[in-house]
Design a protein around this ligand. Structure first.
Ligand code: NAI
Length: 464
């Protein structure tokens, strides 16, 4: 059949898969082809069991797949026939050499650029979907041997979806951002991409800009989001010392329209593959431009997050009589947030490692993330066990630590759980999602984040 446009996406991950599935769903007149070097991932995209869990994703994929949405490993053929190529490969933090632990590792990115150059016989629009350092489009152009005129146009189109709500975010995005060169050719390419999104996104939500502003906006958006979490988490530490309640503080502060009430929930810390990586990338960029103060300012967002995770562990240790050796702690949730199975950079990894260091036995429970948890924690051996059923997981434990805000944890029978646990029984609610008073009434000693503890014994001094 004749498709109006042929779209290719290189990289079938958390971003490439859902974004292309949405384009295919909304634009049956286009052929959408998603390729990856990882054959297992492609097989999974072609199966009944998709490689990632996202609410609503299956419905979208199952409707479009085979109609105008295709997954394969045939990258060369994909490039040859495409008019528009989205690049959505991973851009992790560099683990070696200059900038190790900070800078973005662009090796997958560069390989893709070279492959596009090698296989292209006709003009193409290349769209940066991955999150990249500002001015990466220029590197892409240099590899492609273009100066912004001729065969290739490079656009920036960062993705703002959040895992767990990816399908909703893609259906009704707050904005779609498209950056281009402001030349005639650049604007023409930009309009091509605008016309794809215009199939379902209202025009006023499609924001256009120059390439560098677009690339930088993605890093800045993630830095601001993470900064809000670190800001409220920093205050949670002060609340615990003073007897204030962080939820009440957040509510009162968030009522100010200039501040707003979203993304002000205190927790054990943020995770996910993006926040830390993108902030460090921003910090590295600032340092490399000699902007020391700016770099230090943003780096503090990551430091507070590390501090929050460590605080959570130390609070468990000190509360449970300064020894965790031989105790059992049940982690309720391991995914970095609810409604995803993704565990990249999840606080659970750090917490499980620290608890194992204290010779504690860790029982990990999660409705979606246990397969990933087993990979993340394999070095901890049999210090960790994995039990999906939360009742079974909690049995014989000394403490529960809520790490992920899964709804199901709000609805458990905590009397039943309490009766199966070692006494005194503790709850450390790293997400503040449980009914703390009810738990206390059952008999638990309850330690929320940034709120007074509810215990059945007198605590030394005023607070924790
Ligand atoms: P991912 O790791 O899930 O997916 C990347 C895929 O690219 C992998 O399946 C990998 O096999 C494939 N790949 C790598 N090199 C390739 C090559 N040369 N040819 C073909 N395929 C190749 O990563 P994810 O989470 O989808 O992220 C992709 C990009 O999107 C990153 O830059 C990330 O920062 C950004 N992003 C991620 C968001 C998220 O929520 N995960 C949200 C917004 C942006």
């Amino acid at each position: 059949t004749d498709f109006e446009k042929k779209i290719l996406c290189i990289g079938a991950g958390y971003v490439g898969g859902p974004t292309m599935a949405m384009i295919a769903l909304k634009c049956p007149q286009y052929k959408v082809h998603v390729v990856d070097i990882n054959p297992d991932r492609i097989d999974a995209w072609n199966s009944q069991e998709l490689p990632i869990y996202e609410p609503g994703l299956e419905e979208v994929v199952f409707e479009a797949r085979g109609r105008n949405l295709f997954f394969s490993t045939d990258i060369q053929e994909g490039i040859e026939e495409a008019d528009i190529i989205f690049v959505s490969v991973n851009t992790p933090t560099k683990t070696f050499g200059e900038g190790a632990g900070m800078a973005a590792d662009l090796q997958y990115w560069e390989k893709t650029a070279r492959q596009i150059l090698e296989c292209s016989k006709s003009p193409k629009i290349i769209v940066e979907k991955s999150t990249v350092p500002v001015r990466t489009a220029q590197a892409m152009e240099r590899i492609l041997g273009t100066d912004g005129s001729g065969k290739f146009q490079v656009l920036s189109n960062p993705e703002f979806l959040a895992e767990g709500t990816a399908i909703e975010d893609l259906k009704c995005p707050d904005r779609v951002l498209i950056g281009s060169r402001l030349t005639e050719e650049g604007l023409k390419a930009r309009d091509e991409l605008v016309s794809i999104y215009a199939n379902w996104v209202p025009k006023e939500n499609i924001v256009t800009s120059d390439t560098w502003s677009s690339e930088l906006s993605k890093l800045v958006a993630n830095a601001f989001l993470a900064q809000r979490i670190s800001s409220i988490n920093a205050i949670s530490a002060l609340c615990e010392k003073t007897g204030a309640d962080v939820s009440r503080v957040a509510y009162a502060v968030g009522k100010d329209g200039r501040i707003g009430d979203k993304f002000l929930k205190s927790s054990v810390g943020f995770g996910g593959s993006c926040f830390k990586k993108d902030i460090l990338n921003l910090v590295y960029l600032c340092r490399s431009y000699g902007l020391q103060e700016v770099a230090d300012y943003w780096e503090q967002v990551v430091k507070i997050n590390e501090y929050q995770k460590e605080r959570f562990v130390l609070n468990m240790l000190h509360t449970m009589f300064d020894t965790l050796a031989g105790k059992r702690i049940c982690l309720l949730g391991f995914a970095f947030k609810a409604d995803t199975g993704d565990t990249r950079e999840t606080p659970g990894i750090y917490i499980a490692q620290r608890l194992a260091e204290e010779h504690c036995r860790v029982v990990v429970s999660d409705p979606q993330a246990l397969d990933n948890a087993k990979i993340d924690l394999k070095d901890l051996g049999d210090a960790v066990s994995y039990v999906e059923d939360p009742y079974e997981a909690a049995a014989d434990c000394d403490a529960l630590a809520v790490l992920t805000e899964w709804n199901l944890y709000k609805e458990l029978d905590y009397t039943k759980i309490y009766n199966s646990m070692t006494k005194p029984a503790f709850v450390f609610d790293g997400r503040n999602i449980l009914d703390h008073q009810a738990l206390h009434d059952i008999g638990f000693n309850v330690f929320p984040i940034g709120k007074p503890a509810l215990t059945h014994y007198r605590m030394n001094g005023r607070t924790r």
